[in-house]
Design a protein around this ligand. Structure first.
Ligand code: ADP
Length: 302
């Protein structure tokens, strides 16, 4: 198997308030978070790449530099003259955060428009990771192209992992979201949802119902995260539950699921041991939520 971990999706500009009307610029996105943690967790014998589309402008170049500094391979990323990065602004009111987005014309929405470029990148990967947000931002035809490219990569031996990350506001409607996520699950070796999303948007009674629904859709294995509750895993007919270690001081749960997925997959790629993979995922997520922000340098004690 190729030792390339390829994450696919949208990385946005993040503007975070830094006091008295000023903002600090950063880069963020669910699949990027997973790539960033996978890079920390996988050994140097693995290449970790990110696939998306960006502009040719300065802020797009800065984003690529940010990824390269994190030792993430950007060689497959497409650059488009007439687009730029999506952006979101974090708004603070009485200590509560809310988000304003400018992403409807982002370059990343075109990431599957060039089928050849997409297939060329996917064709090099041993593990391909994407999310429901990756699917949501694509035009409907490009979603089909994307799923076809995943099928083709799988035929060449790649494994595919998917976090449904259900965000109905990014989709044209909730019915399309549910149909497309279900179809995508059918081309995946690992489907890694968070139960809260599945309860809200699919009406699953419990994590076992989510497992059964995604297995019925054709997923190879299903790993249901559920905050501090048990992680439920199903593979090859066996259903197993693992209890994450309790975390007493939770500072910020941003990227809990993204970091879990990274360490889970990295450990699974190394050992093929489901129990060790869940322990790694929960161990990393448990540390990430004890710090502020999505990208936390906290691996030394994993
Ligand atoms: P998401 O961030 O995608 O909503 P979850 O909230 O389900 O994901 O959390 C992902 C993982 O993070 C969990 O499976 C668990 O390992 C860890 N985690 C999240 N919240 C807690 C918590 N309160 N205590 C311990 N671990 C947690």
């Amino acid at each position: 198997m190729s030792r390339t971990f390829l994450a696919i999706g949208e990385c946005m500009v993040e503007m975070a308030p830094s006091g008295s009307g000023t903002y600090k610029m950063g880069f963020a996105g669910d699949t990027l978070n997973t790539a960033w943690y996978a890079r920390k967790y996988l050994g140097n014998d693995w290449n970790v790449g990110y696939f998306t589309a960006v502009g040719t402008d300065q802020v797009s170049s800065e984003m690529l530099e940010f990824l390269q500094t994190a030792n993430i391979d950007v060689s497959g990323i497409r650059r488009l003259d007439d687009r730029t990065l999506g952006l979101y602004l974090i708004q603070l009111k009485d200590g509560e955060r809310s988000f304003a987005y400018w992403r409807s014309q982002s370059a990343a929405r075109c990431l599957a428009a060039d089928r050849q470029a997409l297939e060329a990148s996917l064709g090099q990967a041993g593990l391909i990771y994407f999310s429901g947000i990756t699917l949501a931002i694509l035009p409907a035809d490009d979603r089909l192209t994307f799923l076809e490219a995943l099928r083709a990569a799988r035929k060449k031996g790649a494994q595919v992992a998917f976090d449904p990350n259900l965000r109905p506001r990014l989709w044209e409607d909730a019915e399309t979201m549910r149909a497309c996520v279900t179809e995508a699950a059918g081309v995946c070796d690992f489907v890694m949802p968070s139960f809260e999303d599945e309860l809200t948007h699919f009406g699953d009674a419990d994590p076992k119902a989510s497992v059964e629904r995604y297995l019925a859709a054709g997923a190879g294995a299903v790993v249901v995260k559920n905050g501090p509750e048990e992680v439920l895993c199903a593979r090859q007919g066996a259903l197993r539950a693992f209890q994450p270690r309790p975390v007493s001081t939770i500072v910020d749960t941003t990227a809990a699921g993204d970091s879990f997925n990274a360490a889970f997959l990295a450990e699974y790629l190394k050992s093929e041991n489901l129990e060790a993979a869940v322990a790694a995922g929960a161990g990393l997520a448990g540390r990430v939520i004890q710090h502020r922000g999505a990208l936390v340098e906290c691996l030394e004690s994993v």
